[in-house]
Design a protein around this ligand. Structure first.
Ligand code: ADP
Ligand code: 5GP
Length: 191
């Protein structure tokens, strides 16, 4: 168990809205933040590396960890594909005296917000429209046509969750969104 408690910065959005891009940008600018590496059962894509982008584990290992209550939250984000935040990951980061930043789906984000309340800032990244979101997702070039379709269907539903977050951050122009995100996070960390 960790003795230290830092803060939690949660970025959630439908896939393709730009949260990973914004989170990476913030990590490069605010040294007090460290990325919460989630566990997942999906396969690495592109340049992703185990222990950096995700802990890539088998479904068997994931289910074993659920049974051992090692997750603060987990979701079957896409059918048959699990993602989750390990309690040990948050403690690892807090023990270093840092605050944790998350790139997580909307249900997981709201789950963490309900759990950590005022210690957490939950930000919903909003794309200009569903059409633009689809263009960004297909333009990213990382998903097969079937996976893209699954992400589009989920994205449409997830856009409705925005009002439940502390803040809605519009991601139209990327530089503007990153600058706004930086200010929001710095203000929250000062409180
Ligand atoms: P998410 O993590 O929410 O799934 P990404 O950060 O992977 O989304 O962004 C999806 C794609 O859209 C990436 O190719 C990224 O470079 C691009 N992108 C992100 N924000 C913008 C923006 N404001 N304008 C144009 N393209 C963007
Ligand atoms: P991707 O496969 O594109 O990396 O991620 C798919 C979705 O899973 C994204 O919305 C991402 O934010 C979400 N995700 C990543 N890690 C976690 C996690 O630990 N918990 C939950 N609930 N969702 C996660």
């Amino acid at each position: 168990m960790s003795n230290k408690q830092g803060k939690l910065i949660i970025f959630s959005a439908p896939s393709g809205a730009g949260k990973t891009t914004i989170v990476r940008n913030l990590l490069g600018q605010i040294p007090d933040l460290e990325f919460s590496i989630s566990a997942t059962t999906r396969k690495p894509r592109g340049n992703e590396r185990d222990g950096i982008d995700y802990y890539f584990i088998t479904k068997e290992d994931f289910l074993h960890r659920i049974a051992k209550k090692q997750f603060v939250e987990f979701e079957e984000v896409y059918s048959g594909t699990f993602y989750g935040t390990l309690r040990s990951e948050i403690e690892r980061i807090w023990d270093k005296g840092k605050h944790v930043i998350f790139d997580i789906d909307v249900e997981g984000g709201l789950h963490l917000k309900r759990k950590y309340e005022e210690h957490a800032l939950a930000i919903f990244v909003q794309p200009p429209s569903l059409e633009v979101l689809k263009q960004r997702l297909s333009g990213r070039g990382t998903d097969s046509p079937e996976k893209l379709e699954e992400r589009y269907i989920k994205a449409e539903k997830e856009l409705n969750y925005a009002p439940q977050f502390d803040i809605i951050l519009k991601n139209h122009d990327l530089n503007t969104a990153c600058a706004e995100a930086k200010q929001l996070v710095l203000d929250f960390l000062k409180q």
